[in-house]
Design a protein around this ligand. Structure first.
Ligand code: ADP
Ligand code: ZN
Length: 436
């Protein structure tokens, strides 16, 4: 019978036992930070909180927040909570939104992280005998090492491909019969496109499942990838600061990601006031680690916007679920006073039958914001000379206006003219900063 859980006892633990476990671990984690990280102890003292105030998980809200600015400010060693001699690894953020942050790991930290990734792999049906192609970047980026470690723990035959060299990716995928693919969704879309160009259909590969994350992607993109690769596509979430991918992972139900709550406690706050919101409301995701030794983070503000749900899941896991984050609070563009997320544009494009290859350029001309969306034409419509490209662009702009509330200028460009991403895709170029 197919293995359903990697650590069943934890993954299906009843709520009361989980809260007891979290409480016990939180008290220890806070003491560890208090004793070893003067920077955070100061934040606690400034807020008038001492160790005596933290008796369990209900006291979590009393702790001060930690932000990415704190991490940047304390770069590189300021938040390290153990001696360097106990650390075996560093990883670093991709630097998508500014100066990179480094995170440290003891061997136990690596272990718990890899366990989280192993849970994700088992949840999508991976087991011994599976061939797991890891096409996330290896190195400082957490994607490759995280899934690599998880794949080893599950006992899959691991193909440590890293990203890039698409021809070799495809050759190994086919020659070795990869059954599980792990990479960013934008790279999965690129691999699918390349397979198609090589004249291969979804039946020609042995893939059954993909674990795609590290960047926002829409449901429409999921369906596109599933169709083009002939697989089930699952989401995975994580951030370097809290370890890497595997903080949350999707199960067969494909309706949000289970958070590994025995290691990471999630809260949702109002990003403006910092107030904790009731479960089910949308807001900024905040994580507290419970078991980390080298780089514990208490109430770390991720800036990712999402919703938590405790609805019963058909997979049997009791771990709380988070919805796909549709971008970070700082991904949100404010254009002529209107809030626009790149993911909304992606949704429209795929609904209208375009590929997920696009770029958004924002600028300011005569004090007015401009929004230009560059979209690749499908090869079919490109070769159709009779087709009126202008009216296609107008139709797309109309659909976007309905979704966004403002009109973008749509430019239909030749197929393959937008650079493909091997890691996280760069969707937005905001030139307004140049003029500020
Ligand atoms: P950086 O912050 O420089 O991109 P990381 O590589 O640590 O560095 O990326 C973590 C961030 O990536 C998360 O905070 C989140 O914004 C994004 N992310 C990770 N997984 C997902 C996912 N499945 N869906 C949407 N966004 C994701
Ligand atoms: Zn589930």
């Amino acid at each position: 019978m197919e293995k359903r859980f990697y650590q069943k006892e934890i993954e299906t633990m009843d709520r009361e036992s989980m809260r007891a476990l979290q409480s016990e671990r939180l008290v220890k984690q806070v003491k560890h930070v208090w004793d070893n990280v003067p920077y955070y102890r100061n934040l606690m003292e400034e807020k008038g909180v001492t160790l005596d105030d933290i008796k369990g998980i209900d006291d979590l809200h009393k702790l001060p927040f930690l932000t990415k600015d704190d991490l940047r400010d304390q770069y590189p060693y300021g938040l390290l909570a153990t001696d360097i001699e106990n650390c075996v690894r560093i990883q670093s953020t991709s630097g998508t939104t500014g100066k990179r942050v480094v995170a440290f790991y003891t061997q136990d930290d690596v272990n718990l992280w890899e366990d989280c990734c192993a849970r994700a792999l088992v949840a999508v049906g991976a087991d011994k005998g599976d061939v797991c192609q890891v096409s996330y970047g290896y190195g400082l980026f957490t994607g490759g090492p995280g899934l690599n470690g998880g794949s080893h723990k599950v006992g899959c035959l691991t193909l440590p491909m890293s990203s890039g060299n698409t021809d070799r990716q495809i050759q190994f995928m086919l020659d070795l019969g990869a059954t599980v693919l792990c990479c960013t969704p934008s790279y999965a879309a690129f691999l699918a496109e390349s397979l198609k160009e090589a004249g291969l259909s979804p039946e020609d590969n042995k893939l059954k499942a993909g674990i795609f994350g590290a960047e926002p992607w829409t449901e429409e993109m999921r369906r596109d990838i599933e169709k083009n690769l002939g697989i089930k596509a699952y989401d995975i979430y994580g951030l370097t600061e809290t370890s890497g991918p595997g903080v949350a992972f999707e199960c067969r139900e494909q309706s949000g990601m289970h958070i590994n709550e025995d290691h990471f406690v999630a809260e949702i706050i109002d990003p403006d006031t910092g107030e904790v919101l009731p479960e089910g409301e949308k807001g900024e995701l905040v994580f507290t680690s419970l078991t980390k030794e080298a780089f514990p983070l208490l109430r770390y503000r991720t800036r990712d916007i999402t919703v938590l749900s405790r609805e019963k899941c058909s997979c049997g896991r009791t771990l709380v679920k988070m919805k796909k984050p549709m971008g970070r609070s700082d991904d949100m563009l404010i254009i002529r006073g209107v809030n626009v997320f790149p993911s909304q544009i992606e949704t429209v494009l795929l609904k209208e039958g375009y590929t997920p290859n696009y770029q958004i350029v924002v600028d300011r001309v005569n004090n007015t914001d401009t929004l230009d969306v560059y979209v690749e034409m499908n090869p079919e419509s490109f070769s159709d000379v009779v087709k009126d490209i202008g009216s296609d662009a107008d139709k797309l702009a109309g659909a976007m206006k309905t979704m966004l509330g403002i009109s973008p200028k749509v430019h239909l460009v030749a197929p393959k003219s937008i650079v493909r991403s091997e890691g996280k895709a760069v969707r937005v170029i905001d030139n307004r900063k140049l003029h500020d």
